[in-house]
Design a protein. Structure first.
Length: 314
């Protein structure tokens, strides 16, 4: 019979030899988006560290649930990872018959990075900060804002703003945030809480005006842009984020090794600078920190999704 120390020895040996074959990183989005860029950059660096290929596999569909369900059913051996973004939490409250549970079917590995949303407006509007956005919206009911789809973080930020400030706004779902930005620049929409990669180039060209970073810290690439708490709207905070999870039951020794190696990869100057230039806050956390992060996201978005009665077909 194997004793306790023998089990620890086996676990350590398994982690020491991991990985001994190619690893798959499933990205639940189509190629080319911000999550895809983060995932492919991370995969390349992990391949160097592990001396094994980390193969990126795009499995988009049903607000990321297609890719997530696929990974939830994979062998719990560390060789299939999921790059999980905000819908990983939010869809739990939208889809009543998900084929998986985000807490019961996955092991947290690492919070890779997060991208604080930036609230922007069409520059033709007399709006320079959040207070002016709210006041203008009250005087002009029916202001329209886009999102990459119902239940995404930009959509829920619009709902949260309207709920807290009792505003009459209209949500316009698009297939991507970039498509919504095109109409925002054209003046067909009025405001948007978007990821930095979607809005910063338009801000630099004067086609969009930024009014706040929706985070408690200023962005290093936009040091003069005030945060929402600095403007007195601390409730209005949200990010897009990239995290790594694996199927439930993956040995802790492997999870810990993956977490540590991801943290090491993110310290690479080239990779770090690439992400920071896109508005990222690079983290590389422990599994425990990611678990706490998910709990806070559940507490933030669960009640909001239920309050607005969001359904899959929306």
């Amino acid at each position: 019979m194997i004793g306790l120390f023998g089990l620890f020895g086996i676990a350590a040996a398994v982690a020491e030899t991991f990985p001994s074959k190619p690893v798959t990183l499933v990205i639940p989005y189509s190629p080319g988006g911000s999550s895809d860029v983060v995932g492919r950059s991370l995969a390349q660096k992990l391949s160097e560290i592990w001396k094994q290929p980390v193969v990126v596999e795009n499995r988009p569909g049903a607000t990321t649930t297609v890719g997530a369900e696929y990974v939830s059913r994979a062998a719990p051996d560390g060789y299939t990872m999921l790059l999980a973004a905000p819908p990983f939490v939010i869809t739990q409250y939208v889809y009543p018959n998900l084929g998986y549970d985000t807490e019961k079917n996955f092991e947290p590995v690492s919070l890779v990075a997060y991208f604080p949303l930036i609230m922007v407006v069409n520059p033709s509007l007399p709006i320079n900060n959040l207070k002016e956005l709210i006041e203008y919206s009250r005087k002009n009911p029916g202001m329209v804002y886009p999102s990459p789809g119902a239940g995404t973080t930009p959509h829920l930020m619009g709902e949260m703003l309207a709920k807290h400030e009792k505003l009459d706004t209209i949500h316009a779902p698009y297939k991507s945030g970039g498509q919504g930005v095109i109409d925002l620049v054209a003046g067909r929409l009025q405001f948007f809480a978007g990821a930095p990669a979607e809005v910063m180039s338009h801000m630099k060209g004067g086609k969009l005006r930024a009014v706040a970073v929706l985070d408690d810290k200023r962005l290093s690439v936009l040091p003069d842009l005030l945060t929402s708490p600095e403007q007195g709207f601390g409730y209005l905070q949200a990010q897009t984020w990239s995290t790594v999870v694996v199927p439930k039951g993956t040995p802790k020794s492997i999870v810990d090794k993956m977490s540590g190696d991801i943290a090491t990869a993110l310290q690479d100057p080239g990779l770090k600078e690439r992400l920071v230039s896109q508005g990222a806050v690079v983290v590389g956390s422990t599994p425990e920190t990611l678990r706490d992060f998910y709990r806070k996201e559940h507490a933030k978005f669960g009640p909001l999704v239920k309050a607005i009665g969001l359904k899959p077909e929306q």
